[in-house]
Ligand binder design. Sequence first.
Ligand code: UGA
Length: 442
Amino acid sequence: MNLTVFGIGYVGLVQAAVLAEVGHEVVCVDIDGAKVERLNQGFIPIFEPGLEALVKENHAAGRIRFTTDAAAAIKHGQIQMIAVGTPPGEDGSADLKYVLAVAEAIGREMDEPKIVVGKSTVPVGTCEKIKAKIAETLKARGREDLKFDVASNPEFLKEGSAVADCMKPDRIIVGTSSEDTEVVMRELYAPFNRNHEKMIVMDVRSAEFTKYAANCMLATKISFMNEMANLAEQLGADIEEVRKGIGSDPRIGYHFIYPGLGYGGSCFPKDVRALIKTAEGVKFDAKLLRAVEERNNAQKSVLFEKVDRYFQGNLRGKTFAVWGLAFKPNTDDMREAPSRTLMEALWAAGAKVQAYDPEAMQECQAIYGLREDLLLCGTKEAALRGADSLLICTEWKSFRAPSFDALKDALTTPVIFDGRNLYDPKVIARYGIEYHSIGRMA
Ligand code: UGA
């Protein structure tokens, strides 16, 4: 099938590459000319396992193309998939200007029937706005005869495993009340829907809401566990034992109950805030979601508070090794990363940071630029050299089994503040290193 994808971000690029891989002819369009040019030269703008090979192979085979020419791209696709960003506006609600600009372009350029698919995470009711915008633009052209439908098809991929998630989706949500659209969407996703039925077809508004409800549920699990972890510290319990104890109940499950420094990234924080705003819009007070967000904001400061308490508020002139900058492993993304809250608090207190991350060093440099109180180190060992103590923000695999002897020798004050509970406190104690983690007694 011929497909046009608007927006070469995480969702758009991964989805486009995966759809090209199964044989569809995909044209990706973006307003960022530099990004398009770099992609055409084989440079992939994001780090995502498996993506580079997938894009390069399909690009070479001509099944995926990148352009800034929206008019030509719109002519190409029977399906027009909108995967542009919906950044939070000043009040936290999703800003739809890019989505609606695409809708307008489709209305302006289409000259045969199209199915428009909303892939971006958009507030309930957005597909109706897209529909209205296209209809209005067609009317202005005097082309009300052109048929189109707007379906919702939210994406559930995770950064770090985006290609795998897209290749093997848990579910394919399609929001439409048109049988014709359903048939086309079934054809589009048939390669991913072979062994058992994964497609769940529902009305447009429910599909839009499903995406928010899923992310808010997961964010709620995390904030709940972080609350339990903080409480466990006060009660002398070990949250890691509690986690296993409750996870063994299949109604609770082991997934997404890891306590830590709070959720970050481009999705959970934004989506929780956006749903709170959407709720306000219909005069509904989303009390639980407000608490989820509040707990998360507070959780990002927990590691700094532990450090500050330990050094009795005397951080000026101290140097801290920070392992892990990305908001989670297997990505270079630092959006809303707890590491940022931590480093900014350390700097404000007059401390220096020696940081290492396997992937996010460039990103960190781009965010903070050159500053005297930040040293970006080439290895995790280099980050330790001359530092007072070690702070861990991201659970990268390569942090799991360091040489504790070398670590102890490198640190002036051999203390680890671990925001991801990577180590067994009993093991660390044997090396004579002090260990503070989340939800466990020091
Ligand atoms: C999330 C969802 O998991 C995807 O299903 C969804 O499609 C995506 O948002 C989106 O809306 O686009 P992502 O933000 O890539 O994906 O990352 P997650 O793996 O979900 O992690 C989110 C945050 O939660 C991370 O900061 C992670 O450290 C934190 N987390 C996760 C915990 O603190 N504890 C856990 O047990 C699990």
